[in-house]
Ligand binder design. Structure first.
Ligand SMILES: Nc1nc2c(ncn2[C@@H]2O[C@H](COP(=O)(O)OP(=O)(O)OP(=O)(O)O)[C@@H](O)[C@H]2O)c(=O)[nH]1
Ligand SMILES: [Mg+2]
Length: 306
C-alpha cells in the first residue's frame, strides 16, 4: 500500500504510519497526489487551524509544546506541522524542535511533523493546506503550524490559518523590531513569550501601544497581547482562551471567504506559471520584461492567452 488514496483511507482510521507516508508524498508534491486532491480536501473535518509564527528563537517551538500539553489536558488530539524554510542552517532548528517535542512523542494523540518548503510560488501554501487536510482527516484538532517569521512564509500561513499567533520575545534587538511591523499585521494574537525576563512587561506594553495605533490589521480590533512563559506554562491558559475567542470571529462567513480568496488566488497564479513554463513561454517573457521590451501586464496577458 503506497498510493496516496489508500494511505488517506488508512490515515482516516488512525494508521499513523500511513499518515506519515502520505505527508511525505505531500512534502515531495509527488504527481500521484494530484488525482486525490479533491478527496483529500473533502476529507477534512474542519479542524481549527492555528498558525504560530515569530522571529527566530522567540520560543515558538517551546510554546507549541506547552500549548500541546494544555490542549491534551483538555482532551484534544493535537496535530503539529513545523514548516522549515529549507535553508541549510535551519537543520539545527528541526533537531531542536524534535528534542522539544520528545515529551509528546509517545502520545498517540499528538502527531508532529517537520516539513521542508521548496520555496516555489504557492508551494508552501499548497503543501501546507494538503498536510493540514491529511491531519484533519486523521481527526487531529486543533492543528498547529509553526513557521519562522522572517519573510513571506508567515504571510502565506496567515492567509491559510484561522488564527495566527505571533510570538515575540523581549530584548530581541533592533533588527527584529524592523520586521515586527510586517509580522504584527498578520497577528490575530500576540504572545510576548519569555515572560520570566525582566523586560517582558515593558515589551508587552510597547506592543499594545503599537497595535492600538498602527501596525495592526486595518479595520479590526487590535490583536490582544498575552504574556507567556513557555518554559513554565505560565499564561498558556490565557493564550488558549484568546485563541478560542478568536476562533468564533475567524469562522465568520467573511473570514472564511477571505481565506478562500487567498487560496484560490495563489492556486491560480501557480497554475498559470506552471503552464507557461511547460509551454516554454515563461523564460522568454521574463527576459522580455527584464529587458523592458514588454510591460508585465501585457506579458501576463499574452501568457494567459498562449
Ligand atoms: N527564559 C525563557 N526561555 C524560553 C522561553 N521559551 C523558550 N525559551 C528558550 O528560548 C530558546 C528558543 O526556543 P525555541 O522554542 O526553540 O524558539 P523558536 O522560536 O521555535 O526558534 P526557531 O524555530 O529556531 O526560530 C530555547 O533555548 C528555549 O528554551 C521562556 O518562556 N522563557
Ligand atoms: Mg522552532
Amino acid at each position: 500500500m503506497s498510493d496516496p488514496g489508500s494511505l488517506l483511507e488508512a490515515a482516516r482510521t488512525g494508521d499513523r504510519r500511513a499518515l506519515g507516508r502520505l505527508l511525505t508524498i505531500i512534502e515531495n508534491q509527488d504527481p500521484t497526489l494530484r488525482p486525490i486532491l479533491p478527496r483529500l480536501f473533502a476529507a477534512g473535518r474542519g479542524a481549527h487551524l492555528i498558525g504560530i509564527t515569530g522571529p527566530p528563537g522567540s520560543g515558538k517551538s517551546t510554546l507549541v509544546s506547552a500549548l500541546t500539553r494544555a490542549l491534551r489536558d483538555r482532551g484534544r488530539r493535537v496535530g503539529i506541522i513545523a514548516v522549515d524554510p529549507s535553508s541549510p542552517y535551519t537543520r539545527g532548528a528541526i533537531m531542536g524542535d524534535r528534542i522539544r517535542m520528545m515529551e509528546h512523542s509517545a502520545d498517540r494523540d499528538v502527531f508532529m511533523r517537520s516539513m521542508a518548503s521548496r520555496g516555489e510560488l504557492g508551494g508552501l501554501a499548497a503543501t501546507t493546506w494538503q498536510a493540514v487536510a491529511a491531519l484533519d482527516a486523521a481527526a487531529y484538532d486543533p492543528i498547529l503550524i509553526e513557521t519562522v517569521g522572517a519573510g513571506q512564509s508567515e504571510v502565506e500561513i496567515a492567509g491559510l490559518a484561522e488564527t495566527t499567533v505571533v510570538v515575540e520575545a523581549p530584548e530581541m534587538g533592533d533588527e527584529v523590531q524592523a520586521i515586527k511591523a510586517g509580522l504584527l499585521e498578520v497577528a490575530d494574537i500576540v504572545a510576548v513569550n519569555k515572560g520570566d525576563r525582566p523586560a517582558a512587561q515593558q515589551s508587552a506594553r510597547y506592543l499594545r501601544a503599537m497595535l492600538s495605533t498602527a501596525g495592526g490589521r486595518v479595520g479590526r480590533t487590535p490583536a490582544p497581547v498575552i504574556l507567556t512563559t513557555a518554559t513554565t506554562g505560565e499564561g498558556i491558559d490565557r493564550l488558549i482562551e484568546a485563541i478560542e475567542r478568536h476562533t468564533r470571529e475567524a469562522r465568520s462567513p467573511e473570514q472564511s471567504r477571505a481565506r478562500a480568496v487567498n487560496q484560490l488566488r495563489r492556486a491560480l497564479a501557480e497554475l498559470a506559471q506552471r503552464r507557461a513554463v511547460a509551454h516554454g513561454a515563461w523564460l522568454t517573457s521574463v527576459e522580455a520584461v527584464a529587458e523592458r521590451r514588454l510591460d508585465p501586464i501585457t506579458a501576463a496577458e499574452r501568457l494567459l492567452g498562449s
